[in-house]
Design a protein around this ligand. Structure first.
Ligand SMILES: Cc1ncc(COP(=O)(O)O)c(C=O)c1O
Length: 384
């Protein structure tokens, strides 16, 4: 709960005194950035996910940008992705001068439909980019088969799904590379931050180079290794996308709690599932049997688009900080102005038009879950 307003938000961070102490320790140390805590966080991420390499960056968006470039995306290429996502998934392709082909989602999970992907692949397609909507992993085996058939790379937007599993395998090992985000509402936080997880050494190296101006000091990579101890070389055009050591300290401390955070989210989702199952006027989140979602979001849907706004307003009026995820990316005026038109992906549009994200976050107390359930039941029943 937000103790200033009494509103139960849809998501929020969970920080303890030990997180704060970890940050303060780095603030007192010699390195605020480019120090030892960033590689320590990266090693922790790799160990926690099973990814061989983790490259930390200063946002999920910069991680997407670095991942696309490291996976070989260049101007004139195309990515195929879901429109039911935050704009950054598509924006990062536009940053490099690539274009975006939106493919419709499965109506139950809101995830990229592998059949649609197979039909949409063209000459210019370089990357397939599933988005693990709400923390529910996409159908990676089916997407992998499509990617291999067409010799394109599969790179994932896992901004919602750190800690989730697909057929027993962890997010971070399911695609050629996976971007994750550490924004405060995400599975763990560094305030702002993100990472690229991959088993591919080449992708990891490219992403690391890209996040720091394209400049390397690695002796093995230098073209002129004998110039002296100060020597460094810029090999590609990169950015300053570095995560600070201060943030990495927070991330490392949070990472130790990831399993606990996910378990709490799963318990809250189970409580919603049970308490709302009998309400015919709403649909509960779809879940595939072979998946353990991370429950970044718990999205209910009204039966008809016209019912969404009145229900949303009643829930907000009763003190639930509900949200809507997501406006199909191509509905944004910026994308309309690029020539995209409504109607392209009917499942994603309908999903959006009926969707409401209920509160779910690790620190949500049992009393808050009970209050949220009461409010939803009351608001849904009043609407029928
Ligand atoms: C699906 C998705 N992709 C990418 C991002 C971008 O992450 P960040 O906010 O860390 O830049 C977000 C974050 O909101 C997201 O939800």
């Amino acid at each position: 709960m937000d103790y200033h307003t009494g509103v139960i938000p849809y998501g929020r961070q969970a920080l303890d005194e030990d997180d704060i102490a970890a940050v303060v320790e780095v603030l007192r140390s010699d390195y605020l950035t480019t120090g030892p805590t960033v590689p320590a966080f990266e090693a922790g991420l790799a160990a926690a996910t099973g990814a061989r390499h983790a490259v930390a960056l200063n946002s999920g968006t910069s991680a997407l940008h670095a991942m696309y470039v490291a996976a070989g995306l260049v101007a004139g290429d195309e990515i195929v992705t879901s429109p039911l996502t935050f704009a950054a998934t598509a924006n990062a392709a536009l940053y490099v001068g690539a274009s975006v082909r939106f493919v419709d989602v499965e109506p139950d999970t809101g995830n990229l439909d592998p059949h649609g992907v197979a039909e949409a692949l063209g000459e210019r397609t370089k990357l397939i980019v599933p988005v693990d909507f709400a923390g529910h992993p996409a159908d990676y085996d089916a997407l992998r088969a499509v990617a291999e058939r067409h010799a394109v790379r599969l790179v994932a937007d896992g901004a919602h799904s750190l800690g989730a599993r697909y057929r027993g395998r962890r997010v971070g090992t399911l695609a050629d590379a996976t971007e994750v985000s550490f924004h405060p509402v995400k599975p763990i936080t560094t305030a702002e931050g993100g990472a690229v997880l991959t088993a591919d050494r080449g992708i990891a190296r490219e992403a690391a180079l890209f996040r720091s101006h394209g400049i390397t000091k690695e002796p093995a990579d230098l073209l002129h290794p004998d110039e002296g101890g100060w020597w460094n070389e810029q090999h590609v055009l990169g950015f300053n996308y570095r995560l600070t050591d201060v943030q990495a300290a927070l991330g490392l401390s949070q990472l130790a709690k990831l399993d606990r955070f996910i378990a709490r989210r799963q318990a809250i989702a189970a409580a919603y599932d049970e308490a709302l199952a009998d309400l015919d006027a709403i649909e509960l989140p779809g879940r595939r049997p072979d998946v353990e979602p991370g429950w970044h979001l718990y999205v209910i849907r009204t039966r008809e688009p016209a019912e969404r706004r009145p229900l949303f307003d009643r829930l907000r009026g009763a003190g639930l900080g509900v949200q809507v995820h997501y406006l199909p990316v191509y509905w944004h005026p910026y994308y309309e102005q690029l020539g995209y038109r409504r109607g392209m992906c009917p499942n994603a549009e309908r999903y959006y038009q009926c969707a409401i994200s209920l509160p779910i976050y690790p620190r949500m107390t049992d009393a808050e879950v009970a209050r949220s359930i009461d409010v939803v039941r009351d608001a849904v029943t009043r609407g029928t």
